[in-house]
Design a binder for this molecule. Structure first.
Ligand SMILES: Cc1ncc(COP(=O)(O)O)c(C=O)c1O
Ligand SMILES: N[C@H](C=O)CCC(=O)O
Length: 417
């Protein structure tokens, strides 16, 4: 049973979990025994409609048949070679085919590794040290990313993680999202190696770029000789098969990917312009290595997932599911709020009128959001346990599932009114 497992987990893991956001589930985390389509089946035998979807990777829902089959076939062929394999070539070709900035690829094992290595690559390539990031953007859990970051970092009230050396903090400068003037000021006055950003913020709720913001940053980085890194760990293959850069038609120098490209298995990738990527070892001298880089199971699940996206082009369908649900919720909430949706990503912000950056989002009524999360979970609907995370839809969220969810929201919001 979940509660007994939770009590045991508290004695085994710091805070009872292996990633802090998971501890925020109210009244206490449920333990999952199985994932099936749009559902999580808990250790208590409860079937829950899932809008967290592993925090983004599961664009086809849980355990999609063809991906499962391909993973099983790969298991029969072995799951770690320590040599190159045909499947990493196949997945890299798919990424290069779809992501406009991608000319070469290095596979790693998480989004964290991807952004950490992209930052090192930008520093090595430009010979500069400083990085510009945005308040509330989350780029994983390494030292250079844990400064004014979104997601669980902010949810737990951490501005700069303890343990990050002061010397590291001094190499990172921060602007508010959508503030082009700040970007220009910093690029002019500081010798910046790279600007890294989420092209759509998905770790402080969902906050889209304002018109011209991404293009403006792109122009400024080329004017001042800095590199532009799009962190598309969430948005890659979700907002469009070519990621946010295809949708907004702004091509960065480097792109980091993760989540969907591994079909739900651990993965990360750094990709970008050939001449920059050639600086990575062994072609160049910016070091990267990994025992599990290009792991055969992750490669296989990634290929199978992208093939499904190529063959079925489900973007209209998953975006529509998110649109119907987001619009209904937006109309149901009678107090002051803002709902942001882009494609199959959305979130509602309570108690605020206008959210264009993390500072605006910081003052939302997080306690009320958490209450809604808790009440919905009792009704069998799982939205993220933090206002700062994103609600996702998948191909498995059909009309029936969406309608049930709308009814559950009606009930919960009605009770709260
Ligand atoms: C935009 C973004 N970048 C990087 C990461 C880090 O990825 P991972 O959790 O796979 O290390 C995440 C999520 O965790 C993310 O949302
Ligand atoms: N917001 C994070 C990634 O997108 C959530 C995943 C985690 O921290 O476990």
């Amino acid at each position: 049973m979940s509660y007994e497992l939770w009590k045991e987990a508290l004695s085994l893991f710091a805070g009872g979990v292996n990633s802090p956001v998971r501890a925020l589930v109210r009244p206490s985390p449920f333990f999952t025994a199985k994932g099936e389509g749009p559902f999580l089946i808990t250790e208590d035998g409860k079937k829950i409609i899932d809008y967290v979807l592993g925090y983004g990777p599961l664009i086809l829902g849980h355990s999609p048949e063809r991906v499962k089959q391909k993973i099983k076939e790969q298991v029969d062929k072995g799951w770690l070679y320590g040599t190159p394999s045909r499947i990493e070539v196949e997945l890299a070709k798919k990424i290069i085919n779809h992501i406009p900035s991608a000319q070469k690829v290095r596979f790693v094992n998480s989004g964290t590794e991807a952004t950490m290595n992209a930052i090192r690559l930008a520093r090595g390539f430009t010979g500069r040290t400083k990085i510009l990031k945005f308040n509330g953007n989350y780029h994983g859990a390494h030292d250079y990313a844990l400064i004014e970051a979104g997601s669980a970092v902010s949810e737990y009230g951490i501005t700069i993680s303890k343990g990050v050396p002061e010397e590291v903090v001094r190499t990172v400068t921060v602007c508010e999202y959508n503030d082009l003037e700040c970007v220009e000021r910093r690029l002019k006055s500081e010798n910046i190696a790279a600007v890294i950003l989420e092209p759509v913020m998905g770790n402080y709720g969902v906050i889209p770029p304002e018109d011209g913001f991404l293009r403006g940053v792109k122009e400024l980085t080329s004017t001042y000789g800095s590199l532009l890194i799009f962190d598309e760990v969430i948005t890659g293959f979700r907002l469009d098969i070519g990621g946010a850069q295809s949708l907004f038609k702004v091509v960065p120098d480097l792109t980091t990917l993760g989540k969907i490209i591994g079909g739900g298995l651990p993965i990360g990738a750094i990709t970008g312009k050939r001449e920059i990527m050639e600086s990575i070892t062994p072609a160049g001298s910016v070091f990267n290595a990994g025992t599990f880089n290009a792991n055969p199971l992750s490669m296989t699940a990634g290929i199978a997932t992208i093939e499904e996206l190529e063959n079925k082009n489900p973007y209209t369908e998953i975006n529509r599911a998110a649109e119907v649900l987001a619009d209904e919720i937006d109309q149901m909430i009678k107090t002051e709020h803002v709902t942001h949706r882009i494609g199959s990503m959305f979130q509602f912000f309570l108690g605020v009128k206008d959210v264009k950056n993390a500072s605006d989002a910081k003052i939302t009524n997080r306690a009320l959001y958490l209450k809604i999360h808790e009440m919905l979970l009792k009704e069998g609907v799982f939205i993220p346990p933090s206002q700062l995370e994103t609600i996702f839809t998948s191909t498995s969220h059909n009309d029936e599932v969406i309608n049930i969810t709308i009814d559950k929201f009606k009930k919960v919001l009605g009770e709260l009114a």
